[in-house]
Design a binder for this molecule. Structure first.
Ligand code: SF4
Length: 259
């Protein structure tokens, strides 16, 4: 595997697509307006495995060099105009990151897509390992009750450098999320895939404490890495962590979902 972030600063490659808005197998509507992701997560990233399997990314290096869907906004306009019933909510993104570090063009397009969806009365749920832009708090530009979320499974930068090498530092992710919370927006923290001690020793309560201002917490284990499933006691470990999350959310009046 090569170095993540090598491509940042170079011009962004463009691709054209025939469609954009779709219903995912998970049962919600999504937009992925970029192919690939420079965050280069090594859990591994399920979207990368699928892209490689279907021939959309030759290897890890190719995956880490994002290609933006140049006709995304035009496609979205056309698809929304054709729909008899508009979706209530659209998720950005399932197979890439809408606020990918080092690619301002991706950020610009993500903001334009959220704005366009909100203009049609469609809420957005946004999830990133980048920095959520402060402008997302602007109710005039983004009037819908969007949910802004970050993925966060550790506070330790050693973990990030090993497993999420191209993503934003944890403190910056949290600060950007807090800014939106303080701006009156609905916020979420997505804690998945949470590492077992066999992967990384840490204290979940310290992490939860850093994000106790959020409205929603989602917690789930690390289910698709042999280093996790081979270790005895994994199930018991996740049962204990889930109960910690449940108790924490109940104490702080936070909505809680467990994977
Ligand atoms: S941020 Fe998400 S899409 Fe990007 S590499 Fe990591 S897991 Fe994959």
């Amino acid at each position: 595997m090569g170095t993540v972030g090598d491509a940042a600063g170079k011009p962004l490659d463009r691709i054209e697509r025939k469609s954009l808005l779709y219903r995912s197998g998970l049962g919600f509507d999504c937009i992925n307006h970029v192919q690939g992701c420079s965050h280069g997560c090594r859990y591994p990233c399920y979207a990368f495995l699928m892209a490689r399997h279907h021939g959309r990314a030759r290897d890890y290096e190719a995956w880490c060099r994002p290609r933006i869907v140049g006709n995304a906004l035009g496609l979205l306009d056309r698809e929304l105009a054709r729909k008899r019933v508009l979706p209530d909510c659209v998720h950005l993104c399932l197979t890439t990151d809408p606020f990918m570090v080092g690619w301002p063009e991706v950020e610009e397009m993500s903001l334009a897509i959220i704005e366009r969806l909100n203009r049609s009365g469609i809420e957005c749920s946004v999830l990133t390992k980048g920095r959520l832009p402060a402008g997302l708090a602007d109710r005039r530009r983004f009037p819908s009750d969007n949910t802004y979320g970050i993925s966060l499974v550790s506070l330790d930068e050693r973990f990030r450098r090993e497993w999420e090498p191209g993503a934003a530092p944890y403190a910056e992710r949290i600060a950007a999320l807090r800014r939106l919370h303080e701006g009156g927006r609905r916020t979420l923290v997505h804690i998945e895939p949470y590492p077992t001690p066999a992967i990384f020793e840490q204290d979940l309560t310290e992490l939860l404490d850093q994000v106790k201002f959020v409205d929603h917490v989602y917690f789930s284990g690390w289910n698709y890495n042999p280093r996790v499933s081979r270790v005895l006691g994994t199930e018991r470990f996740y049962r204990r962590q889930s109960s910690t999350v449940r108790g924490f959310c109940a104490r702080h009046g936070i909505d809680c979902a467990l994977g």
